[in-house]
Design a protein around this ligand. Structure first.
Ligand code: NAD
Ligand code: UFG
Length: 338
């Protein structure tokens, strides 16, 4: 079975490509390297002994997509390509709309032209906005996104629903990721953010490796067990496996389906810091500071639907993720740069 992976050299894409190759899928990637490095491809080959076919290019480039779908006999697309910085999206909302929403429209146009019926899409728990309750279920209300990035994910979900109404034979799995962390246990691939990390785990690993002197904990007066924000941290290796479960689900021709991908367990900022310290035996100095605008008290998933309908359940926990993130960071202190 041949899969086109858009954004396949990124953080989640690269982990998914590894599992696809290890499970006998034939893989082609398109990525414009706007947030990833060519080195990733060599690492994928080192891990799997296989090399995916790679097309450097932009999903907004219809001619490129046309050429790829002509060259390849694609059965399904896993669509990771997108910009994901909440802060940047506030500065450049048009860029996020054109790249994320516009890019998906171009992709859908060429999938339809080439009769490719199956799509797995990277959505986010951010589509739930400010949760009215936790854990969050797939049929809970969406909307009220607090930033343009989140809005693009919601807009794409609506676009996909409209597309599925018109293309009755399309099969689409919308996967709403909670907070992906961790790295492949071999330490060859992992998360490589540009500049100062926005997200918690890469910030912690940069403190551990000595790049930053302390972690800023954004708020200690949330309505949670220790006052710090609670999230649902899912190991990226589990998350990647979720995409293989989704591909299997699409073989049943289910039309459009939506699944949360999380662990169902809430972890606070300080819980994660403690887990990292314990499993790696490294002290993470931290300073409590003001809340970060737009952050919510707690956010975690009800994962029953993904288990019932596609047999997906996480196997790794935050301790595994803390060990693997640190293994990646210490082996690659500058990420993919030498
Ligand atoms: P990433 O930035 O590491 O990977 C995205 C990849 O897409 C990058 O390699 C980038 O170069 C590529 N890309 C971006 N725009 C492109 C375009 N127009 N054409 C071709 N390639 C393009 O991000 P990630 O963490 O791997 O996330 C993958 C997807 O999952 C994204 O859509 C993201 O919004 C979504 N998601 C991520 C998280 C998270 O916390 N990491 C949470 C929820 C959803
Ligand atoms: N945090 C800190 N210090 C930091 C970074 C984060 O205390 O330096 C805290 C945040 O306040 C929050 C928790 O750690 O309580 C997690 O923050 P992240 O930035 O790692 O993750 P978010 O839950 O804020 O955001 C993630 C993705 C977004 C997505 C959102 C909603 O990064 O893309 O989940 O699902 F939109």
């Amino acid at each position: 079975m041949a899969i086109l992976v858009t954004g396949g050299t990124g953080y989640i894409g690269s982990h998914t490509v590894v599992q696809l190759l290890q499970n006998g899928y034939d893989v082609a990637i398109i990525d414009n390297f706007s947030n990833s490095k060519p080195e990733v491809l060599e690492r994928i080959t080192q891990i799997t002994g296989k090399t995916p076919r790679f097309y450097e290019g932009d999903i907004l480039d219809g001619k490129k997509l046309d050429m790829i779908f002509d060259n390849e006999n694609i059965d399904a697309v896993i669509h990771f390509a997108g910009l994901k910085s909440v802060a940047e999206s506030v500065q450049k909302p048009e860029l996020y709309i054109s790249n994320n929403v516009g890019g998906t429209m171009v992709l859908l146009k060429y999938m339809a032209k080439h009769n490719v019926k199956n799509l797995v899409f990277s959505s986010s728990a951010t589509v739930y906005g400010v949760p009215k309750h936790v854990p969050l279920c797939e049929d809970d209300e969406v909307g009220g996104c607090t930033n343009p990035y989140g809005q693009t994910k919601l807009d794409i979900e609506f676009l996909l629903k409209d597309y599925a109404k018109i293309h009755k034979d399309a099969n689409i799995a919308i996967l709403r990721y909670f907070n992906p962390i961790g790295a492949h246990p071999c330490g060859l691939i992992g998360e490589d953010p540009n500049g100062i990390p926005n997200n918690l785990m890469p910030y912690i690993t940069q403190v551990a490796v000595g790049k930053r002197d302390h972690l800023n904990v954004f708020g200690s007066d949330y309505k949670t067990h220790d006052g710090t924000g609670v999230r649902d941290y899912i190991h990226v290796v589990d998350l990647a496996r979720g995409h293989l479960c989704a591909l299997k689900k699409l073989e049943e021709k289910p039309g459009l389906v939506i699944y949360n991908l999380g662990t169902g367990k809430g972890t606070s900022v300080l819980d994660l810091v403690k887990a990292f310290e314990q499993v790696n035996n490294i002290k993470i100095p931290y300073v409590i500071c003001d809340r970060r605008p737009g952050d919510v008290d707690e956010n975690y998933a009800n994962c029953d639907k993904a288990y019932k309908e596609m047999g997906f359940k996480t196997e790794l926990d935050i301790f595994d993720a803390c060990r693997d993130s640190w293994n990646w960071q210490k082996k690659n202190p500058n990420g993919y740069d030498k």
